[in-house]
Design a protein around this ligand. Structure first.
Ligand code: HEM
Length: 442
């Protein structure tokens, strides 16, 4: 089964031929990403970005080989996350983090709840796994309800047309995360606006470090006005009247690793991380999956006839079109050699998950969609190792539930009119819109 890359809108960047042409970060680079990866694998699997380290005089390096990225994320001692530098800054300061300017509740809670690798693991196992990790299967019914409501809004349309992103792929994870956390559905629009502010660095941030200018940073904090207070009010209300939701549970749970309950600001920080990570990302997986179905004759029918194949399809789609393409989140704590290239201590590593996921040394026919590929979950779309995405569990259930529902309610989908396949700016892989034509099931 082969999937062709959709015809992308024109990019201001020319199609890369040599490594000198490769540019993963300028505006429009999104349209050239998958043309750049084979060049990186062949000619520059470790590509230096001069002067683009975290501190003056250091460099950034793009890693595109699966084995290098997998090794880095599995070894937090040799390759500490950049966030640990921020936590070190808190440690060295006389001002408590909650009183520092431009420090959000998530950073504050990271400092008190998970400053070490051991506590990081405990935080995941004790505080997030039961809700968005392996325990997320408890949400299947709720996700089904939201999915059905969204489909009901367009399934009887005489035109049989749907803009799949705004009418399904985006609102589904937004509604799901509001339900998980225990926020009213009427607040989803407002939550989504705050979520959009949170992810701004990954959309309009400059270069591989996703940097906002000082003005953009100020704007971002302005846009986030009210979020902390909104969550604080919810925490207060749920302490008084608990319900069956994640915030109520966090208000009461004993964090065994520290032998105590959580404070309001710590809960606020966990909620910040859930909104940042959970509101948008799954949208990109769903939307690229829809595209792969449109491009692969017979795939819709195959999945409809045998639902056990949905899981492999979702995983393989995330491998082939990784939602988060890359992040610069690790540093070298000593001199390292990757693929024969020396990378000095103190360098910033850009882990290019998407490139590792199509590395020909790891994957047979890497650009082919093979929904029966062996051990496909070893892909890097959620990263791996101790800091693997804590929301992978709920994202997977959202994707699988969504496709089960769409396969129930539809006979097929194909590309509709007016698609340019232009991608949104930034580091996430997603088109700005996706018009589909559907056939309703009888
Ligand atoms: C298709 C969907 C998703 C993708 C592709 C994705 C991908 C990733 C990746 C690559 C990382 C970086 C891990 C590392 O540095 O090693 C990450 C971190 C993270 N993700 Fe996800 N994610 C997705 C969905 C979610 C969801 C649904 C949630 C929340 C419910 C979430 C919450 C987070 C958080 C909080 C972090 C940061 C971990 C930390 O605090 O250090 N993600 N994700």
């Amino acid at each position: 089964m082969t999937a062709k890359t959709p015809q992308h809108a024109d990019s201001p960047l020319k199609c890369p031929v040599t490594v000198e042409d490769v540019d993963l970060f300028s505006p429009g680079a999104q349209e050239r990403w998958y043309e750049a990866y084979p060049i990186l694998h062949r000619d520059a699997p470790v590509l230096r970005i001069p002067g683009e380290g975290l501190t003056p005089g250091t460099d950034g390096y793009i890693l595109s080989k699966y084995e290098d990225i997998a090794m880095v994320v599995r070894d937090p001692v040799r390759f500490p996350p950049t966030l640990t530098l921020a936590l070190k800054m808190f440690e060295d300061s006389d001002v408590p983090p909650e009183e520092m300017k431009h420090v959000n509740a998530m950073m504050v809670s990271m400092y008190s709840l998970r400053p070490t690798d051991e506590l990081y693991r405990a935080h995941r196992q004790e505080l997030t796994d039961p809700w968005v990790g392996p325990g997320a299967s408890r949400h299947t019914e709720m996700i089904t309800g939201h999915g059905n409501d969204l489909i009901a809004a367009w399934i009887d349309r005489p035109s049989c047309e749907v803009e799949f992103i705004s009418e399904f792929a985006r609102p589904l994870p937004q509604r799901v995360m509001a339900s998980v956390l225990g926020f009213p559905q009427e607040d989803v629009e407002q939550l989504a606006r705050w979520g959009t502010e949170q992810v701004k660095p990954y959309v309009i941030g400059r270069g591989h470090k996703n940097e906002l200018t000082q003005e953009q940073l100020v704007e971002q904090f302005k846009g986030l006005d009210g979020f902390k207070e909104y969550v604080a009010d919810a925490v207060k209300a749920k302490r008084k009247n608990p319900a069956d939701d994640m915030i109520s549970w966090l208000c009461d749970v004993e964090y065994k690793a520290l032998g105590r309950k959580l404070t309001d600001i710590e809960i606020n920080g966990i909620v910040y991380a859930m909104v940042l990570g959970g509101l948008e990302t799954t949208q990109y997986a769903l939307e690229e999956q829809a595209q792969l179905i449109c491009e692969t004759p017979g795939l819709f029918e195959e999945l409809k006839a045998d639902r056990s194949k949905i899981r492999g399809f979702c995983e393989e789609a995330m491998r082939l079109r990784s939602p988060t393409q890359g992040l610069s989140t690790r540093i070298t704590s000593q001199d390292e050699v990757f693929q024969g290239v020396t990378v000095p201590k103190g360098s910033l590593l850009h882990l290019r998950w998407a490139a590792g996921n199509v590395d020909p040394d790891e994957w047979e026919c890497p650009y082919e969609l093979d929904i029966e590929r062996k051990a496909v979950t070893r892909h890097l779309a959620f990263s791996q190792g101790p800091r693997v995405c804590p929301g992978a569990g709920i994202s997977r259930i959202e994707q699988q539930t969504a496709w089960n529902l769409l396969l129930d309610r539809l006979e097929g989908i194909e590309y509709g009119e007016g698609n340019t396949f232009e991608h949104q700016p930034g580091i996430m892989m997603g088109t700005l819109k996706l018009n589909l034509k559907f056939q309703k099931a009888g």
